[in-house]
Structures are given as structure tokens and as C-alpha cells.
Design a protein around this ligand. Structure first.
Ligand SMILES: C[S@@+](CC[C@H](N)C(=O)[O-])C[C@H]1O[C@@H](n2cnc3c(N)ncnc32)[C@H](O)[C@@H]1O
Length: 298
């Protein structure tokens, strides 16, 4: 490489790092603004960053957004903490993540119930009524700290949610979060591998996130969940989105490998649901940043 190309390479690397640092720092500012404990100059300067980034109005006091401040804090902190785990080499196994990372990831997924009511239910007439009936049950696979499970129980006052996870430490965190929630009597967690789920015709709604569940547990798990649904019950598969730019697709694969999960696209998710006898299969369009979602009915 001659001197000019060295100079060009330096400018390109430094320019790329600066651009990506702006994005990472915006996430950090969003996490600070939505952290109830942050104050003083730090919170004031973080608010200025958010105003300059165009989010001043939605983060105003009181905020004008469909998510709680705690959920947005998780949405902002979770990618930063997980990226830190990728950098430090402690990533492939969820048990290597700190409690803080697990709780932030949980808070990010707590908004799932809001996305479900806004983007999924309108496509399935009568399904909201089904979830509103006494005895309605949901299965949350890979429940983590139980935030998604708690979010659904709060959104549907009759719904009983069972969370499965393989990791004892995360289930202890989940138990504490559930006990501190107003829906403790309707959320339970079990230490179990989804591949060994033995329930039959027990649930109206089930969720499994492919990017977080390794093979072969994911494929075996989908088969077990299909059998565990009540007739007419809904299985939601969270999956990657590989329909973006080359960079977005490469990042999606990098993150899935980092999580030790299953790289699956929407078409493969739809084929899997069909192979297990589900019908009314539909790809749901969610807002940018949310995972891919494909659903079907038993
Ligand atoms: C990102 S976390 C899910 C976050 C969760 N939605 C919350 O609200 O906290 C993914 C979880 O999947 C769990 N997991 C991985 N493989 C599993 C399996 N075979 N069966 C059940 N859970 C599994 C991991 O232990 C991890 O806690």
C-alpha cells in the first residue's frame, strides 16, 4: 500500500468508527434518559442528545410513547450490553451474561405484548376474545427474567403464562421479578428444555425466539409446542430478518451466532409452521428494530 492509500484507509476506518460511535452513544443517551435514577448534568446532556436526534417530543415529561420508560431503557441498554459481551468473549452462552444484561434484555422484550396487540391481533378476528376468557394460557419459551411473560399477563387480565428456561440463575431473577409484579398469581416459570416439553393441548398462545434457542432444541421445540397448543391456538416464531441491506443481513447473522441461536428467515419459519400442521400462516410486519415474526394457528 502506498502512502496515499494508507491515508485513505486511515480516513475510512476513523470515519466508520466515528459514525458507529454516534449510534452507540445515542443508545447510551436514550438509556440514561429513560433511567429513573439518572439526574444532573448527565441526564441533561443526554436529553439534549435525544432532542438533537429528533426524539425530544416523544421523550418529553411526561413521555408520549407507547412503551414504558423501563421498556425503552431495556431496548437501548440491551444491544449495548450484548455488544459488550461479544467484545469480551462472554457471549455464546446466556449463562455467561451478567444479571444486568439479562434484565436489560428482558425489559426490551417486555414490549412484545404491546407489539402483539398492535400488529398481530388485528389479523386474527376473535383471538383477543379467546385470550380474554378465563382459563386462557400462554407458553413463553426462553423466558429469561420473565419480563415478556409478565408483560403478556398485564396486557390480558385472564391470561395465565408459563415461562420455560434452561438456566437456573435466570429463573431465580425471573421469580423475583414475578413476585414484585402485580400479576404474580398468573405467571409461573419452570426449569425445562423446550425440546422436552411434554404438555398436550394446553396453551392458546406460544412464543419461541429462534435467534436465542440453539439447534436442535429449536426444531424439536417447535414440534413439541405444536402438540402443546390447544386447537385454534397460535404459535409465534420470532426469527431473523435477512431482507435488508448486505450490512443489515450480515449483522443479523453475526448477532444470531453471537447469541448461540438458530438463524432462521421468515420463509423457513413459515415452512416449519406448515410442516407441523399449522394453518393461517402469516408474516407480521413489525416496526424497524423488532425481530421477524411469523405466526400460525393449530
Ligand atoms: C434472550 S433470553 C429471553 C429474554 C426473555 N424474553 C425475557 O423476558 O427476559 C433467551 C433465553 O432462552 C433460554 N434458552 C436457551 N435455550 C433454551 C431451551 N432449549 N429451552 C428453553 N429455554 C432456552 C436462555 O437460557 C435464555 O434465558
Amino acid at each position: 500500500m502506498d502512502e496515499t492509500s494508507d491515508e485513505q484507509a486511515a480516513v475510512r476506518i476513523a470515519g466508520a468508527v466515528r459514525e458507529w460511535d454516534l449510534g452507540a452513544t445515542c443508545l447510551a443517551a436514550l438509556a440514561v434518559v429513560t433511567d429513573g435514577a439518572a439526574g444532573g448534568d448527565l441526564a441533561a446532556t443526554a436529553r439534549a442528545v435525544m432532542a438533537a436526534a429528533g426524539l425530544g417530543d416523544v421523550l418529553a415529561d411526561p413521555p408520549r410513547m407507547p412503551f414504558s420508560a423501563e421498556q425503552v431503557h431495556g431496548m437501548a441498554a440491551s444491544p449495548l450490553l450484548q455488544a459488550t459481551a461479544l467484545v469480551s468473549g462472554s457471549h455464546a452462552d446466556w449463562s455467561a451474561h451478567s444479571d444486568e444484561t439479562l434484565i436489560a434484555q428482558g425489559r426490551a422484550s417486555a414490549s412484545a405484548a404491546t407489539l402483539f396487540t398492535t400488529f398481530v391481533l388485528p389479523h386474527f378476528a376473535g383471538f383477543a376474545d379467546r385470550l380474554a376468557r378465563p382459563g386462557a394460557r400462554m407458553l413463553d419459551v426462553g423466558t429469561g427474567v420473565g419480563a415478556l411473560a409478565i408483560g403478556y399477563a398485564q396486557a390480558f387480565p385472564q391470561l395465565h403464562v408459563t415461562g420455560l428456561d434452561v438456566m437456573p440463575r435466570v429463573l431465580r431473577l425471573a421469580q423475583a421479578q414475578i413476585e414484585a409484579s402485580p400479576v404474580a398469581e398468573r405467571v409461573e416459570v419452570r426449569q425445562a428444555d423446550v425440546a422436552e416439553l411434554a404438555d398436550e393441548a394446553a396453551y392458546d398462545l406460544a412464543w419461541i425466539p429462534a435467534p436465542f434457542i440453539p439447534q436442535p432444541a429449536f426444531s424439536n421445540g417447535v414440534a413439541r409446542i405444536a402438540a402443546a397448543l390447544r386447537p385454534g391456538g397460535m404459535l409465534m416464531i420470532g426469527h431473523g430478518i435477512y431482507e435488508g441491506t448486505e450490512l443489515e443481513n450480515a449483522i443479523a447473522r453475526f448477532k444470531t451466532v453471537g447469541y448461540g441461536g438458530t438463524p432462521l428467515d421468515g420463509e423457513s419459519a413459515a415452512r416449519l409452521l406448515a410442516a407441523h400442521g399449522l394453518t393461517a400462516i402469516r408474516r407480521i410486519q413489525l416496526p424497524p428494530g423488532a425481530p421477524g415474526l411469523t405466526v400460525g394457528l393449530r
